[in-house]
Write a protein that binds this ligand. Sequence first.
Ligand SMILES: [Mn+2]
Length: 263
Amino acid sequence: MAIYAVGDVQGCFDDLREKLDECEFNPNKDKLYLTGDLVARGPKSLKTLRYLFSIRDSIITVLGNHDLHLLALAHNKEHRRNFGVSEDFQKILGAKDKIDLLEWLIHQPLMHYDLMQDTILCHAGVYPLWSLKKAFKCAQEVEYALSKEKKRQKYFASMYGNQPNLWNENLEGDERLRFITNAFTRMRYISKTARLDLKFKGQPRRKPRTLLAWFDYPNRKLSDTKIVFGHWAALGHFKKDNIHCIDSGCVWGNELTLIKLAD
Ligand SMILES: [Mn+2]
């Protein structure tokens, strides 16, 4: 058995299949980790979802911001009106197997921890002030909010927004869930006082001096644990200490990154 990890597929189904064929991925004995954002700008989001659903017992994926956006649109009429629905998402929302696909997607976690490899899989990163236990607990709070129909409505109604941008144990309700969601699925840079900056998306060499990549935060709590993540196409395939970004921007015409995590 081998464990592979692949970066943000974003509907690039053909690239995914090509990479899996190249490494001779066998869903009957291998495992595939995905950094989330299975759907979005790519041309074949529905096909990607259907394929991953069909091999769901052989994969572990986490939720990315685009996955959550799709789920929010599916659950909230007002969001559909306000944001519009892309052609690719319309195909999913109109598919006859939509319920199976979206119910499966909504039950995916925000982070996965592989004990054997001491490796975390998540979409954007782990907030630097969180320990493993804290990160887990926070992720579970959002996963719980997504688990039941009534709670979901409330969660999606208030999911969007960049505030609050600083973690505080006393955050409650919608604000707490929004912060946790943003940290796991949208974070790239933070300030020197650990405030999320969700606006700047460029490469570290172009960043304003006041910002740090989240993984460069001094005394980051999880620096001993390997973190595999995506979301940051401008960073590309990037490895430094225990940090491994595998979003090489496949949806922007670059190659999809697939790595082997273990044999
Ligand atoms: Mn993303």
